[in-house]
Design a protein around this ligand. Sequence first.
Ligand SMILES: [Zn+2]
Length: 144
Amino acid sequence: MKAIGQCQTCLNEGVSAGIIPQKGHYPGDLVEGVSAEINDSFLAYFTCSKGHKSIGFLNKHRFEILLESGLLAYLSGFPGEAVLSFAASLERLYELFIRVVLHKRGISLENVDTTWKQLAKQSHQGYIPTRQLPCCVLLFLRSL
Ligand SMILES: [Zn+2]
């Protein structure tokens, strides 16, 4: 997925030169639009035509992006890819729910992250044969 943004350095130069107002709206063509691929950390590293480098951050939850991706895939005529994106979106929504509930119950974010990473690692390695084990581990974390 690509992100589209504006070069912050070019924007600041335009403001300093008086081409772009410091406050309020300005025509979008006063600053060059740049695009970059969004990585797994939701970061996009932009480089404008003048060579200025900047970083953009996509401020959305993973489930939202996957849901939008599924919708775009469906509308583009790729129903199989859409189903995969919807399923992944639902899994990320479950993950968010679990993280929020554990944190609300007083579990530190560090403990949630550490436990979650261990479960994810075991899951990728095929060590988790059932869905009950992750739930058991998370409930154990809750009982601490
Ligand atoms: Zn620039």
